[in-house]
Design a protein around this ligand. Sequence first.
Ligand code: PEP
Length: 256
Amino acid sequence: MRRLLIAGNWKMNLTAAESQALAGALRKDLDRDAARLGRDRDVMVAPPAVNIPAVARELYGSSIGLGAQNMHFEDRGAFTGEVSAPMLKEFGVVYVILGHSERRHIFGERDEFINRKVLTALRHGMTPILCVGETGSEHDRGETSTVVLRQLQRGLDQVPEGELARVAIAYEPVWAIGTGRNATPGEAGIVHGAIREALRDRSGAVADQVRILYGGSVTADNVDSLVGHPDIDGVLVGGASLKAESFARIARTGIA
Ligand code: PEP
C-alpha cells in the first residue's frame, strides 16, 4: 500500500507573518488527528523560500512536513537568486517540488535542468516531487501521454532503481492549474495508469511504490472523488492550500 501524499503549494503568496499564521492554524487542526492521519498519509506544505524559517519554527515537532517550491541543483556558487538543498535542509525541508508548470512555462526550465535537480534532491536525502503535465493545446491535440511520458523519462534520467521509490510524481495538467477546471478522476486515472506503466517498463516492480499525485484545481469538494481513484496517491494543491480550513479538509480526505 502506498501512503497518500497531500501537498500544499503556497506559490508566491503570504508574507512571513501570514505564512506562520497559516502554518500555526493547520498545525492546531491537523495535529489533533496526527495518529490517525499518520497511519496512511503524509501532509506537507511548501511556503515561499523566504518564509521557510518562520514556518519551520511554527511546525517544529508537528506532523506536517515542510517542503520547498524549487531549488538549484548545485550546493553553492554564483547563482544569484537561487537556494540550494543544504540551505533548505538546515530548516528541516524534506520535500521539494521540481518542474512545476509555472517553472517550466514562465521561467523556461527544461527537462534536463529539472532532472539535475531531481538527482540533487535524492543525493541530499530529500523527497523530490517531479511535476509533469500537458498544456491545454497539447491536450486538445491528443498529445497528453507523449508530453507527460517524455517529461517523466527525462526528469528521471539516471535515477537508480533503488532510489525511484523516494520520488513522487505529480501529474498536473496545465489547463487545470488555477483555472477551477479539474481533470475528472477518470481522466487523471488514465494518465496516472500510463505513468505507472512507463515506470514499470523502466524499473520493474519498484514502480508500484512510487506515489503519483494529481494537481490542478483540487478543492475540499472534489478531493474525495480524486483520491478515491485507485491510481491517484494524493494531491498537490495550490489555491485551496492557502486557507487552513480547506487544506485541513483536503488532508483528511477519506476519513469520516
Ligand atoms: C499547483 O500549484 O500546483 C496547483 C495545482 O494549483 P491549483 O490547485 O490552484 O490549481
